[in-house]
Design a protein around this ligand. Structure first.
Ligand SMILES: [Zn+2]
Length: 58
């Protein structure tokens, strides 16, 4: 038996991408609604987006 080809694939379906919200830091898990623009999703919710827009960039 050669197990060299076995990588760390565990058949886990919960391996969706995630990243922290730019405002509150809460982990956002990939959603189907974000499939087209996941790279540009920065905030976990409209509330955080609104918060961010209140601050002006330095
Ligand atoms: Zn947030």
């Amino acid at each position: 038996m050669n197990t060299a080809m076995k990588k760390d694939f565990k058949g886990n379906k919960q391996s969706l991408p995630s990243k922290p919200c730019a405002v509150c830091g809460r982990t956002m898990t990939w959603r189907k609604a974000w499939a087209k623009n996941w790279e540009f999703v920065l905030y976990c919710s409209d509330a955080c987006r609104a918060k961010k827009s209140h601050k002006n960039m330095p």
